[in-house]
Design a protein around this ligand. Structure first.
Ligand SMILES: Cc1cc2nc3c(=O)[nH]c(=O)nc-3n(C[C@H](O)[C@H](O)[C@H](O)COP(=O)(O)O)c2cc1C
Length: 352
């Protein structure tokens, strides 16, 4: 590899002819882009709606707001809103559609006239009147909860120290109500443009759990006692550009952390299970989870009631001095580099 790692061209050659491990990801990214651009399925439309509505609400909340904005995507947003309404079966409350209509109404009330805005507004007015959304007071901004949540840094720190990867569980079933509560927490995570490009698939049927739990290599020795497993799937059809492809990993990670902390508050143990990109395993998992080409399994999570007899590795964490620097971006790196160089010099002079 080192011979190839000198330029973009040589490294591209390496990954085309020698190491094909990026192919699956490239295929998934391209399939996702196609799906996003075609906007043929309801989930892609929902993603586009969430993203665009978020862009509008962000624009509305700006301190020095421009008199008119979003001209390049307001018509698209109204069109996708209209299609999402057509997609969704009538339900008493669909928070995403309600939020979208509130933000659109506020947008049209706020911006100054412009031919594009008028076009979008006409389209919006054409179907909005029959929508139940206009019967309630729009809710656009949240009050910052601030210290009202009552959780002190000490309690949060206590929780973070209490959570550790648990690999030994009792046979007890994990209550689905607890999973739901934890998922409510996970759903509040930040995500790029509020896209929320992931979904959680749970298995608590022992035979199914075992099939999934035995696929990753990192469960050797404890797969048999996992009572519940979650597969967290990233959806690449959320993104209009391949430069955003890492969003599925970042947003999933942020959501999962909330999920783990929430489980911990209910005394449910968990352990993330690595899912490296290994072709044969990917194919098997794709079949088991019935994944589509634009979806990637980001990680698995073993979940269960901790066995009081089970041991938990201590897993010491890095000190703050290693974690952070202020105003000197390369400080730690330079120090490490210097000490590596000194060690190398010492080693070679010792050999002489
Ligand atoms: C992305 C990721 C992959 C992991 N994969 C595995 C795994 O395959 N098997 C396992 O036993 N633990 C796995 N872990 C758990 C880590 O070993 C554990 O988080 C780490 O040692 C720190 O310990 P703690 O979680 O108790 O703080 C994984 C953790 C992460 C974040």
């Amino acid at each position: 590899m080192s011979a190839f790692a000198v330029s973009r061209f040589s490294v591209a050659i390496y990954y085309i002819f020698i190491d094909r491990s990026f192919w699956r990801e490239q295929l998934a990214v391209s399939q996702g882009l196609i799906r996003y651009r075609r906007q043929k399925n309801p989930s892609s439309r929902r993603y586009l709606l969430r993203r665009n509505i978020h862009r509008l609400e962000k624009g509305l909340s700006m301190r020095h707001r421009r008199p008119v904005f979003a001209l390049d995507y307001i018509v698209e947003t109204v069109e996708v809103y209209q299609r999402c309404i057509a997609d969704s079966p009538p339900t008493p409350c669909d928070p995403i559609l309600d939020w979208a209509s509130d933000v659109l109404c506020e947008y049209f009330l706020t911006v100054t006239d412009h031919p594009t805005v008028l076009k979008a507004r006409k389209l919006f007015d054409g179907f909005y009147n029959s929508d139940k959304g206009n019967q309630k007071t729009p809710v656009l901004y949240r009050e910052r909860e601030g210290a009202k949540h009552g959780i002190s840094i000490d309690r949060l720190s206590q929780l973070s120290r209490a959570r550790r990867s648990v690999r030994w569980y009792t046979n007890d079933r994990v209550p689905r109500s607890v999973i739901d509560s934890a998922l409510e927490v996970a759903s509040q995570a930040p995500s790029s443009c509020n896209r929320q490009p992931f979904r959680y698939l749970f298995f608590d049927e022992p035979d199914q759990v075992q099939v999934i739990a035995k696929l990753p290599r990192g469960t050797a020795g404890f797969a048999e006692n996992i009572p519940c497993i979650a597969a967290v799937i990233g959806d690449l059809s959320n993104f209009s550009n391949s430069c955003d492809r890492h969003g599925i990993y970042i947003d999933t990670g942020l959501s999962v952390m909330g999920f783990l902390y929430a489980l911990e508050t209910e005394n449910i143990g968990s352990c993330i299970l690595n899912w490296p990109d290994v072709e044969q395993l990917e194919r098997k998992m794709e079949d088991q989870l019935e994944l589509q080409k634009h979806e990637r399994l980001v990680m698995l999570i073993a979940i269960g009631v901790p066995d009081p007899e089970g041991q938990i590795p201590y897993s010491e964490k890095s000190s703050l001095d290693l974690l952070r620097t202020y105003n000197t971006p390369a400080d730690i790196y330079k120090q490490t580099l210097n000490s590596d160089e000194t060690n190398e010099k010492n080693a070679s002079s010792a050999q002489k």
